[in-house]
Design a protein around this ligand. Structure first.
Ligand SMILES: Nc1nc2c(c(=O)[nH]1)N[C@H]1C(S)=C(S)[C@@H](COP(=O)(O)O)O[C@H]1N2
Ligand SMILES: [Mo]
Length: 552
């Protein structure tokens, strides 16, 4: 009789077997750009789970990032998602593996066929777990550069190997008992089993460490699909602003030391995606279909969009509606593209057409009103940032710019434009976020430059204080600073780079020793004051005053 494997032994073996599977899958992902299944599985979960739950999860994540000061919100959140995704598949694999051990211990009792049955049952485990996962991944994935055939074969192979591993472990564990002819050998058997599990542990640890180590070693690989470096190989480390002449360069107002860069380097632009890895679109295969309620449907290559239309450059500040007061999900860079009015001229919307449904390669979608395009020639189909093709992570080959709206209204990786006859809710609107997503006026104290206290012409000491203010194309007419309970004092404003970029402000405060609080508020172009009452990001974007403490 085969001695039955305990639940705990089965669980242990499953944990030991899932680690090398993940390591191998990840290594192959880095080496050959095949999909890494946990990411695609996780994206599917994020898409189908209720919006409330996903938002709760994101909030929790951002809270944690802020609490432990884990670095830029977008990068930390992405890393957290990837870890959660990996753990998710690990847990699923362990559950499947443990179930396998529980099931087979009831069935495989005949020593003669043990090894063969172990292998066959293991293969069944591998395929029945691996096939659905593989199919989901193939349906979900938009980022793998490897061919679908290679990707599928590899994943099925890897999962089968993992399943057969279970079968082999089972055969060995159960078989060990047959060798014990009498009861006196049972204790020896237990030791033998332990030794075996230790051996399996050592082997899987080796594979895991080598796999993960190699992947880490590939960290700097510029062809990889590492989301943090994606599409930024050429720019990162370089001087991204070198080619751009800032239109306000001759403004005499020098930002207070410690104020953020007025122009965001390409590699530093924030990024927010619904997918764990950004979609990869190859220019050679790409054409944008524009269809639906139009007289003259078109399919435009990137080349045509660049060459056949007049281009425009705009310095644009964009923020995520999830950006908290003084958060880092806001950036400013030069966008280049074609006015959407030109696209309308080309395709000739039918009289019934009222909106365009714009869809991205990740199946993100948003709905843009034709009226908005008709009244504003700066609504733009964009193909370059910072005079370079859009980075993969920021929407290569095409994205849209809509003035005065948060990022959630502005799809990246555009793969189709369908003219439709009525408004529909877009991706985040369906998940409970703002329909209009109008930019909310915001102002931030970036710096109280305690190390740059200086003596002014009048002999008094001053502390430079500074930051940004922004209200979309509505503009900023005034910024005021309040220190502790003092009067609100007007700050100086630097000319913004454009009518839609943030405004740098500066206020030189008469030095007083001690610990002080510096608060800021702004006024929009038409005199509307910034909303001071505190409101969270959901559903319309955060409001409230930012303040910063400093000891002088
Ligand atoms: N296709 C697609 N477009 C998208 C998104 C997305 O996940 N998929 N995210 C949106 C959101 S919420 C924001 S804030 C901006 C962010 O653009 P960025 O990552 O280039 O900064 O893109 C928007 N466009
Ligand atoms: Mo966003």
């Amino acid at each position: 009789m085969a001695r039955k494997i305990t639940f705990l032994t089965g669980l242990t073996a499953s944990v030991l077997l899932v680690a090398p599977l993940l390591a191998l899958l990840y290594l192959a992902h880095r080496l050959f750009s095949v999909p890494f299944p946990p990411f695609d599985l996780f994206d599917l979960f994020a898409r189908v789970l209720p919006g409330e739950l996903v938002t709760f999860g994101i909030d929790l994540m951002v809270d944690t990032i802020l609490l432990f000061d884990l670095g830029p919100t977008d990068r930390a959140a992405l890393a957290a998602e990837q870890i959660m995704a990996t753990l998710l598949l690990a847990v699923l694999g362990i559950v499947a593996g443990t179930i396998y051990f529980v099931v087979v211990r009831e069935r495989l009792t005949d020593r003669v066929t043990l090894n063969r049955d172990g292998l066959i049952s293991g293969l069944i485990l591998g395929v029945s777990f691996g096939l659905p996962v593989t199919l989901i991944v193939m349906a979900e994935n938009t980022s793998a550069a490897a061919s679908p055939a290679l990707s599928m074969v590899w994943m099925l192979f890897a999962f089968s190997l993992w399943g057969i591993g279970h079968g082999a472990v089972y055969g060995r564990l159960a078989g060990a008992v047959f060798d014990s002819a009498d009861e006196s050998a049972v204790s020896a058997t237990v030791i033998d089993r332990r030794q075996f599990l230790v051996q399996v542990g050592a082997a899987t640890a080796t594979i895991t460490v080598v796999g993960a180590g190699l992947s880490a070693f590939l960290g700097g690989d510029q062809t990889s699909s590492d989301p943090v470096s994606d599409g930024l190989a050429a720019e990162s480390g370089g001087d991204a602003t070198s080619t751009i002449q800032l239109p306000n360069a001759d403004d005499p107002l020098v930002p207070a030391p410690g104020t953020r860069d007025e122009y965001t380097a390409l590699a530093d632009h924030y990024r927010i995606d619904i997918s764990t890895i950004p979609p990869r679109i190859q220019e050679d295969d790409y054409a944008l279909p524009i269809y639906g309620l139009v007289e003259n449907p078109a399919e435009l290559t990137l080349q045509q969009i660049r060459d056949d239309f007049e281009s425009m450059d705009q310095f644009i500040t964009m923020a995520c509606i999830s950006n908290r007061i003084a958060g880092d999900l806001i950036s400013t860079i030069m966008w280049t593209g074609v006015s959407m009015q030109k696209i309308l001229e080309l395709v000739q919307p039918s009289p019934e057409a009222t909106h365009i449904k714009i869809t991205g390669a990740d199946n993100f979608d948003e709905i843009l009103a034709l009226d908005l395009i008709r009244e504003d020639e700066t609504v733009m189909l964009c193909y370059a940032w910072d005079n370079q093709p859009l980075p993969q992570r920021n929407g290569f080959p095409l994205r849209i710019h809509i003035p005065d709206r948060f990022g959630m209204k502005q799809p990246k990786w555009i793969t189709s434009m369908e003219f439709i006859g009525e408004w529909e809710p877009g991706y985040w609107v369906r998940r409970g976020w703002s329909e209009e997503a109008m930019v909310v006026a915001t102002s931030v104290v970036d710096t109280v430059a305690v190390d740059d206290v200086y003596t002014a012409d009048d002999g008094g000491m001053r502390v430079p204080v500074g930051g940004i203010a922004w209200a979309g194309v509505r503009g900023i007419s005034k910024v005021e600073v309040q220190v502790d309970d003092g009067e609100w004092q007007e700050a100086e404003l630097r000319t913004p780079m454009s009518d839609r970029s943030w405004t740098i402000w500066r206020y030189d405060w008469p030095f007083q020793e001690g610990s002080h609080t510096f608060a800021v508020r702004c006024v929009e172009g038409d005199g509307t004051p910034q909303i001071e009452s505190v409101r969270g990001v959901r559903p319309d974007g955060a409001t409230g005053i930012h303040s910063r403490n400093a000891s002088l």
